[in-house]
Design a protein around this ligand. Structure first.
Ligand code: B12
Length: 411
C-alpha cells in the first residue's frame, strides 16, 4: 500500500510504493517522511483555522449524527458523547500541532487515538467516514487559501488510514493482568484502588511512610507508576472512567495524608532563599504531576505555592506579582513551574510564557515547564521560550536549584 501525500507529488514520488510490507518501523518512517513533506500553514491560515475549530467540530458531529446506523456500524453503542469529544480533541490537537509541527507527534498521536477509541468500541469504518467528511467541511467552511494549507493534513490521515490502524498482531497486554509489570508495592497499591478500597490503600502507604520510606520514593516509585498504569487501563477500556476518577481522587487524598511527613522530612533541610509557584495551564486538568513537583521541592527546603489545575494566565501573573511585591516573606528569587499534559495545551503554555515575559512586574521570574508533550519532544521547551524543562519531580528539584542560582548541579 503506498503512502499518499495529497497535493504533494514530489514526496509521493520518492517514497516506497508499499510501505506496509517493510514492517512497522519502515512503515512509521515512511509515514513520518510523508508528514514532513506536508506544507506548513502560514500564520494567518493557522489563526483562521484556530478560530473555526469549535464550529467545525460541531458541524462534523451533526453530520455524523445524521447517519442512521451510526452506533451499530461506526462508533459502538452509547459512544455519541465520546465521538463528540473526539471531534473537538482532534481539531484542537491539529491546531496546536501546526503551531509547532513535528511528524513524530502527528503519527504517534494518530495511532494512539485510533487504538484508544477502538478499545472503546469505535470501528475502523468510523475513520473511513469521518476523515473524508472532515476534509469536505474544511473545503466548504474555510476560505480557499486557508483550506489549501490545512486540508492536506486530513487528506494525509484519510488516505493513509490503513497504515495507521492496528495490525492483527497488535494485542493489548491483557494477559499481564490489571497491574501489569508494576513493582510489587505499586501493584498492591493499584490493586486495592481497583477493588475500591481506599482505606486499605491509605493504610498501606501510611504504613510504609511510618516505616521510613521517604515520601519522594512513595511519589516516584508507587504513585507515579500506578497512575500511569491506570491511564493504560483506561486507554484499553479495561476499567471504567469512574474507577479511574476514584483511584486518582484517592491518590490525591493519600498525598494529603502524607503532608505531616513532607513537613517533618523537609524540616531536616535548611530553608532555601527561593520560592516556587506551580500551576497547570488553562484547560489542563491533570494536576497530580505538578503537585508532586511542588511537594518534592517543599521537601528540599523551597517554599512552594501549588495553584492546581486549569489556572487562568492573569490569575497566575497577579499571584506572582503579589508574591514579589510582598517579598513573599524572605523568598527570592521566585520561579514559575508550568505543567501541561495534553498536547492541545502547549500553545497555552507558550501564551503564558509570552505574557510573563512582557509583564513589567515580573522581570526576573524564571520558567520551568514539564509534562507529557515535553517528554515526547526534547526541544519543545526551548522552542516555546521556557528557561528549562525537567522530566520528573526528582529532576525538577535539581533544575530549580540551578535556575535559582543555588548550585551548579545541572539538568
Ligand atoms: C488521572 C488522569 C486524568 C484525570 C486527571 C484528574 C486530576 N485531578 O489530575 C482526568 C479524568 C481529568 C483526565 C482527563 C483526560 N485525560 Co487523562 N489521565 C490521567 C492519568 C491516568 C494519570 C495522570 C497522573 O496523575 N499521572 C501521574 C503524574 C505523577 O505523572 P505526570 O503527570 O506525567 O507528572 C510527572 C512528569 O510528567 C513531570 N511533570 C509534570 N508536570 C510538570 C511540571 C513541571 C514544571 C515539571 C518540571 C515537571 C512536571 O513530573 C511529574 C512527577 O514526576 C494519565 C495516565 C498517565 N500516563 O499519566 C491519563 C492521560 C494523561 N490522560 C489522557 C487523556 C487522553 C485524557 C483526556 C483527553 C480524556 C478525554 N477524552 O476526555 C482528558 C483531558 C482532560 C484535560 N483537558 O486535561 C492520556 C493522554 C494521552 C496523550 N496522547 O497525550 C493519558 C496518558 C491516558 C492514556 N494512557 O491514554 N485524565
Amino acid at each position: 500500500m503506498a503512502v499518499l501525500v495529497p497535493n504533494y507529488p514530489l514526496a509521493e514520488a520518492v517514497l516506497p510504493k508499499d510501505a506496509s510490507q517493510g514492517g512497522p518501523e519502515l512503515c512509521t518512517a515512511v509515514l513520518k517522511a510523508a508528514v514532513a513533506a506536508l506544507p506548513v500553514p502560514s500564520p494567518a491560515s493557522l489563526e483562521r483555522f484556530q478560530k473555526q475549530v469549535q464550529s467545525l467540530s460541531q458541524e462534523l458531529t451533526q453530520r455524523l449524527l445524521g447517519i442512521s446506523d451510526l452506533e451499530e456500524r461506526l462508533i459502538g453503542i452509547g459512544n455519541r458523547d465520546m465521538m463528540e469529544a473526539n471531534h473537538l480533541n482532534h481539531f484542537r490537537f491539529l491546531s496546536a500541532y501546526l503551531a509547532n509541527p513535528n511528524p513524530d507527534d502527528l503519527v504517534s498521536t494518530a495511532r494512539w487515538a485510533i487504538r484508544t477509541y477502538m478499545a472503546h468500541g469505535f470501528r475502523p469504518e468510523y475513520w473511513r467516514v469521518m476523515l473524508p467528511t472532515a476534509l469536505e467541511l474544511l473545503g466548504k467552511r474555510l476560505p480557499k487559501d486557508v483550506a489549501k494549507d490545512i486540508a492536506p493534513y486530513y487528506g494525509f490521515l484519510a488516505e493513509n488510514l490503513e497504515l495507521l490502524l492496528p495490525t492483527p498482531e497488535e494485542q493489548p497486554e491483557a494477559s499481564l493482568g490489571l497491574t501489569g509489570s508494576l513493582p510489587p508495592l505499586a501493584a498492591r497499591y493499584l490493586e486495592l484502588l481497583l477493588e475500591g478500597d481506599r482505606r486499605q490503600a491509605s493504610s498501606l502507604i501510611l504504613g510504609q511512610a511510618a516505616g521510613g520510606m521517604p515520601v519522594r520514593d512513595i511519589y516516584l516509585d508507587v504513585f507515579s507508576p500506578a497512575q500511569r498504569m491506570l491511564g493504560q487501563l483506561w486507554q484499553e477500556n479495561r476499567i471504567s472512567v469512574a474507577l479511574e476518577h476514584f483511584a486518582t481522587a484517592a491518590t490525591q487524598m493519600i498525598m494529603s495524608q502524607l503532608f505531616p511527613y513532607i513537613f517533618a522530612q523537609g524540616a531536616d533541610q535548611p530553608r532555601l532563599d527561593a520560592g516556587f509557584v506551580g500551576c497547570c495551564v488553562q484547560g489542563e486538568l491533570h494536576e497530580v504531576g505538578m503537585r508532586m513537583v511542588c511537594d518534592l521541592l517543599e521537601l528540599e527546603g523551597f517554599d512552594t505555592w501549588y495553584l492546581g489545575a486549569n489556572t487562568p494566565d492573569k490569575a497566575i501573573l497577579d499571584f506572582l506579582a503579589e508574591k514579589l511585591r510582598s517579598g513573599a516573606g524572605r523568598t527570592k528569587p521566585i520561579l514559575l513551574g508550568v505543567s501541561c499534559t495534553i498536547a492541545q495545551g502547549v500553545p497555552f503554555v507558550e501564551r503564558l510564557i509570552q505574557a510573563l515575559r512582557s509583564d513589567a512586574r515580573l522581570p526576573d521570574v524564571k520558567i520551568l515547564v514539564g509534562g507529557l508533550p515535553f517528554l515526547r519532544r526534547e526541544d519543545l521547551w526551548l522552542k516555546i521560550g521556557a528557561d528549562a524543562h525537567a522530566r520528573d519531580a526528582a529532576e525538577a528539584t535539581q533544575v530549580v536549584r540551578r535556575l535559582a542560582g543555588l548550585t551548579e548541579v545541572g539538568a
